[in-house]
Write a protein that binds this ligand. Structure first.
Ligand code: COA
Length: 379
């Protein structure tokens, strides 16, 4: 979609970020993982010695940093994740009359976006909760967030895994283009620690928790300084290489032999190889359609899954090795925060750009799914 109707033109008015207070370093993570491995191998020493079971292998800080660029991640619950006997987040159950956890962190991110835009929540028309997992099927997280913020309008949840936020931005932009709304919050509370298998050596280091919010509005009501949305594009191609089988039709039962498949599972190498060209080509084609020279983009705010993938994608788009200034990474401190990653990168790294500078917010991940949002600074 390009912006053709000057009367209804979507822009990003502001963004918000909620960062959990607890952070886990690679050293802490690996220490607990390796304690778990040792316990497991000791407990199954006989079976391992008899060749009936493979010994688990230890993890390493060096591997994690080299393979992913991740040095730490924030989490909503640190102790249980690091306890070798638990290795999963745990928290007190909340009653139906209490604000649920996803809503709580989503509201915090939304409040910051509203404050930055100088927008009263009462003037927002819609809330889209766009995230890779929802705390429950219904009532929608988005409606709970809408209620907590005091928004009179409508709200719904949407899930496109790591691309949820950009799909949410296009959906919000489309409401504005069609004249159905003037102010829409796209909120991505990503409590990824709940779907990460902290006992899986291949992926235990990947994810972190966070919440982001993007206020998409009609230019006619936006603050003087905002980001023009030049165009948005979405793409999906089915793949099993990133999968999570958790669902209401296949809940874990006492005789479940494969609980691990109810958590995040991936073929990391295949994802790397297949997604890089798909995304790079999509960005270049979309830039051409919008008559933007991709080499002239001032900054890329890419999905934060793997530093190597971002390096390759940025190089193909810009035509040279991107500097940290051209393609900032937040992976080191946040890890992969699913759909929130590119929004965190944007939120933390956009204030120094000048009026007229163009950039790209881009997501990619499970589905496969990919989304591009080309923006230009105004004011
Ligand atoms: N610690 C130490 N060594 C480890 C390890 C760990 N935690 N995990 C795996 N290894 C070992 C493997 O056993 C393998 O050893 P081998 O060569 O002796 O067989 C070696 O390291 C390489 O493993 P591999 O899984 O091929 O690593 P990789 O370089 O592909 O990196 C990912 C793994 C997951 C970081 C990387 O593939 C990736 O990020 N892919 C993109 C996927 C993605 O971003 N998904 C997120 C969803 S959006």
């Amino acid at each position: 979609m390009t912006h053709s109707d000057a009367t209804h033109h979507p822009v990003i008015s502001a963004t918000g970020l909620f960062t959990p207070e607890h952070s886990i370093s690679n050293a802490e993570l690996v220490e607990s993982f390796n304690a778990y491995v040792e316990r497991h191998n000791t407990a199954h020493a006989e079976a391992i010695a008899a060749g009936e079971m493979d010994a688990l292998q230890p993890s390493s800080v060096e591997f994690i940093e080299k393979a992913s660029g991740i040095k730490a991640r924030h989490v909503m619950a640190k102790e249980p994740v690091l306890d070798p006997a638990t290795m999963a987040p745990r928290w007190d159950a909340r009653g139906n009359d209490e604000l649920s956890m996803m809503a709580e962190i989503g509201v915090a991110a939304c409040r910051q976006a509203l404050e930055r835009a100088g927008r009263d929540a009462a003037d927002v028309d819609a809330v889209l909760c766009a995230a890779s997992n929802m705390e429950r099927p219904y009532p929608a997280m988005a409606i709970e967030i809408q209620q907590a913020l005091g928004i009179d309008g409508f709200a719904f949840d949407m899930n496109v895994a790591c691309s949820s936020a950009t799909f949410g931005i296009q959906t919000a932009a489309d409401y504005i283009r069609a004249g159905n709304a003037k102010s829409v919050l796209v909120v991505s509370p990503e409590i990824t620690s709940g779907h990460l298998n902290w006992r899986d050596r291949d992926s235990h280091f990947i994810f972190g928790d966070v919440a982001t919010a993007v206020l998409v509005e009609d230019a006619s009501i936006a603050p003087t300084s905002h980001w023009d949305i030049l165009g948005t594009r979405l793409k999906t191609v089915f793949s099993n290489n990133i999968r999570n089988n958790f669902g209401f039709l296949n809940r874990a039962t006492p005789d479940d032999t494969n609980e691990a498949d109810k958590l995040f599972v991936q073929e990391g190498r295949k994802v790397f190889k297949e997604v890089v060209p798909l995304v790079a080509e999509m960005i270049v084609a979309e830039a051409e359609r919008l008559e933007i020279d991709p080499r002239g983009l001032r900054r890329l705010w890419l999905h934060q899954a793997n530093a190597g993938m971002n390096r390759l994608i940025a190089q193909r788009v810009l035509g040279h090795e991107a500097s940290e200034d051209e393609s900032p990474t937040v992976l080191d401190t946040y890890g992969n925060t699913s759909s929130a990653g590119s929004i965190i990168a944007f939120h933390l790294n956009n204030e120094d750009l000048q009026s007229g500078d163009s950039g790209l917010i881009c997501s990619f991940g499970a589905g496969y799914s990919a989304g591009t949002v080309f923006v230009r600074k105004v004011g």
